[in-house]
Design a protein around this ligand. Structure first.
Ligand code: NAD
Length: 419
């Protein structure tokens, strides 16, 4: 499937929900397109002295609910359509989670493993400089995504602050979230997306007579979202049967210990070669018999080709856009419930919001406070979506979109369109 279709997927999902809820046609027109698209080409000096050009993106989809918010991704597949799609999903996600943010996303088209740490730092800093005032603490606030982390956020922060007049600097620390704790990050941000996903699974399981103790599951992607989801599912007694990442796939019928695997991945860069499991291929991984599947890697993994392979009852989307339109249709036909990305992975942006609030107020919350507030936000989003599933007699993805679109429609109706 071509990358262009990621954006087509979002549009199709949007149209379906807009039809069902009879979204006002004028508001539908506004939400059908992105607000701003920034593409920057910038030079960076490599370690050997030669200059390489890079292409970076920041797409701001909609800002009616508040400042733009969304991650930055460093990956070879980053292109304008992928970033448009990811920015649009952020608008829905923030609306569902009840956050005062609009949706944005950005990234650089590159493979970070090809660069040294020093080169990555210069690439990140030069990208931040190129974005200039297109980001800002009350305007557009980046965060980590695929192949970016707290260290990358610290470089962005430092570069942004260095570009500000000295007396402005201390009031701009919330220009990025997902920072290291010492640089103004929040406790609980690292695990937040996995934590939010687990809160959703637990709530759904309680509503659907689906005991998590002894439930078997498989995870694709063992980075931030995949590994934290698995580690936080462990206390519920769920059994991790198989894992796949960019280095390969592994299976152990007796269960894989997520903490042990996370330590192995930290040391070896991927799951391949993990000694307490057997190597399997992609088809065997996706066909593993289990109760649920957590895709937590990239888009378009569950498709017309792969959806028939799945042997699970539930898909819990940790990644953004892991299921394409045909994949969704096949899962629905097969009676497999899909809990959508815009609900399940909203924990990341929610704790980013908490970090932003702490920075603005010069506060530092303890982990219990962060987790408690995250739980409330996730449960409230879950209940709104669950109610929309019943009210519209529809699937969870369409219901989640309806929750988002209702909120956005209300705000547009209250405010009107300038002039
Ligand atoms: P990450 O870089 O920490 O991890 C990505 C994982 O995907 C790695 O384990 C990698 O090996 C795996 N992967 C890459 N290509 C693969 C392939 N072809 N097949 C199988 N596995 C592959 O990234 P992350 O932050 O965990 O993000 C994962 C997904 O979750 C993305 O879709 C991202 O947009 C989404 N997400 C992340 C956050 C967050 O807070 N980090 C929040 C919301 C959504």
């Amino acid at each position: 499937m071509s990358k262009t279709n990621v954006y087509e997927n979002v549009k199709t999902q949007f149209e379906r929900a807009a039809d069902l809820m009879q979204l006002d046609p004028e508001i539908r027109r506004i939400l059908s397109t992105t607000a701003n698209e920034i593409v920057v080409h910038f030079p960076v000096v490599m370690d050997d002295g030669h200059v390489q050009m890079f292409t970076g993106y920041r797409v701001q989809h909609n800002g009616v609910l508040g400042p733009y918010k969304g991650g930055l991704r460093f990956h070879p597949a980053v292109d304008i359509d992928e970033v448009r799609a990811l920015a649009t999903w952020m608008t829905w996600k923030c609306a569902i989670a009840g956050l005062p943010y609009g949706g944005a996303k950005g990234g650089i088209q590159m493979n970070p493993i090809q660069y040294s740490q020093k080169e990555l730092e210069r690439i990140t800093r030069r990208f931040t400089f190129a974005l200039g005032s297109n980001i800002g603490p009350e305007y557009d606030i980046p965060a980590p995504d695929v192949n970016t982390n707290a260290q990358v956020m610290a470089w962005i922060l430092d570069t942004y602050l260095s570009m500000m007049p000295p007396l402005e600097r201390n009031r701009c620390v919330h220009v990025v979230t997902g920072k290291p704790i010492e640089s103004g990050g929040s406790l609980g941000r690292d695990k937040a997306t996995g934590q939010g996903l687990v809160y959703i699974v637990v709530a759904w399981a309680a509503d659907h007579d689906f005991p998590l103790a002894g439930a078997r599951y498989i995870v694709q992607g063992f980075g931030n979202v995949g590994s934290w989801s698995a580690r936080l599912l462990k206390p519920y007694g769920a059994v991790l049967a198989a894992v796949e990442d960019h280095t390969g796939a592994i299976l152990c019928s007796d269960g894989i210990d997520p903490d042990d695997l996370a330590a192995y991945v930290r040391a070896h860069g991927g799951v391949a070669g993990y000694p307490r499991a057997t190597a399997i291929d992609h088809h065997t991984f996706l066909s593993t018999e289990a109760d649920f599947f957590v895709p937590a890697a990239l888009e378009n993994q569950i498709t017309a080709e792969t959806a028939p392979w799945l042997r699970v009852r539930l898909v819990v989307e940790g990644a953004n856009g892991p299921t394409d339109i045909e994949g969704d249709r096949i899962l629905q036909e097969r009676g497999i419930t899909v809990l959508p990305d815009v609900l399940c992975n909203a924990g990341g942006v929610t704790v980013s919001y908490f970090e932003w609030l702490q920075n603005k107020r010069s506060e530092f919350w303890d982990l219990d406070e962060v987790d408690g507030k995250l739980y409330k936000k996730m449960l409230s989003a879950y209940r709104k979506v669950r109610d929309a599933v019943k009210e519209y007699d529809t699937d969870w993805r369409t219901a989640a979109y309806i929750v988002a679109l209702r909120r956005l429609e209300k705000v547009y109706k209250e405010r009107g369109i300038f002039p």
